[in-house]
Ligand binder design. Sequence first.
Ligand code: HEM
Length: 498
Amino acid sequence: MTPSASPSALSSADASPTSAHTAPSATPSLAPPPLRHENPFKILLQDIADERGATVSYPSGDTSFSLKRTKRFMDDPLPLLLDCYERYGPIFTIRILHSNVVMMLGPAANHYMTVSHAHNFLWRESHFRDLTALLGDGLLTTDDPYHRRSRKIMLPAFHRERIAASMGVMIEETERALSDWKPGVQLDLYAWTRHLATRIAMKALFGIDPDGDAARTIDAAGLFEQALGYYASAYQYRFIGGPGTPWARLQSASKKLNNMLYAEISERRRTGRRGEDVLSLLLDAHDEDGGKLTDRQVRDEVMTLLFAGHDTTTSTVSFMFYELSHQPEIAKAIAAEQDALPPGGALDAGKLMSGELAQLEMTMDETLRKYPPAWIGPRKSVEPFEFQGHVVPGNAYVNYCSWASHHLPDVWPQPDTFRPERFMPEAKAALPKGAYVPFGGGSRTCIGMRFGQLEVRTIASMILGRFTLELKHGFELQIRQMPTISPKRGLPVTVRER
Ligand code: HEM
């Protein structure tokens, strides 16, 4: 059975609450272009047609049809990509399921795609377009000019001073989450952090009270975990709908999250209640001609930020503590660095944001090198182009990949070894342009970079100042993508006294 609506069809079909809540003045003066196709089978046929219609050849690579390779790309893409890099160099093609995918790796490729030639690559028609099912048409899944307008509206909420002001919420929520930690307690640090980071994002970014009427009845973190499970499922399962399928679970979770968000939007519109949060900016934003965002557009941006604002930081904290459990001397160095400060100094936003806590800073940078959560930059080319002597057709899937780029031995010696000293200030300054891209680059650089970094530093500092974490004996890390990377079976730890 095929789903009656594709991911993107859901995003429009599910818009019903908007009509009831949309204020009369909320006339959109700019709308994102519709997706070319929404039905997965039509997408498949379009992909085949695009490939046949290519006016230039694809770069060389592994282009035969192979289910084994497709599965490997889903389950464990890093070794596959590094092997291709060794055989073909920084640009190559691999066939995933039915379509050719061009991969571009390394500093020059990252710079080319995100900065110097970014205009030739679109996000919306990339092979991650499925994300519109959950996120709708937010900042992540749209392209200019719609994207540029959304970014302009939201940027003020991400200025340095605003982020620094969010630190109170970060501390308060982390304190709350740590309140039942004591030596001997066992927990899944990944689930714990997802819960915490969701509460922080709701409160600090949108002024939504996670214990308030609209939010109290739902487990937002659990619903995200449920929805994102769709993106971890094998490609073939994404074509089927019906009860119990990943698609149905995604729809059900998305509906509950929508209800919470629409209730908040409606209450804000009704009461005029505003704060210094992103939601307030979105509700009041208007164009030169007075056009405002509809409730639906506000929901899409909020859902995008809520997803991006908790998922990536959750993975970063988890991977950091996985590495620290293997190198406790680094954890000790971070704790000692904090001890050397006057009381409260380790939780000073200014100090944390300027990277004054050098050990912590280098450890976070190295975590994001080895495990960049948003590991792939999915795009579709607009026009044919040439990169380092290789031509690539227009309308082709083209991806940059921070995870593989951060593991190239010619750029990062012994890439599998966790070595924070790679990020000592002089070494960091000497990195080639485009070598280190955990937050992407150019006009699509992560808008939440400062917020995410401050959150990771705050949570890590508060844990390391009080405890050490011992990884469950015999635990082996496996990484899944859904679509960001995270520990597949969580991170089971026991809390120990420092
Ligand atoms: C450690 C934390 C984070 C990492 C590693 C990270 C990584 C990234 C990367 C690599 C991109 C670019 C993707 C691409 O080129 O296709 C991106 C974009 C984005 N991120 Fe983050 N992110 C983090 C935290 C956050 C937070 C906390 C928020 C929100 C508060 C956020 C919101 C976004 C949004 C909205 C975009 C799309 C930006 C655009 O296209 O203009 N991220 N992020």
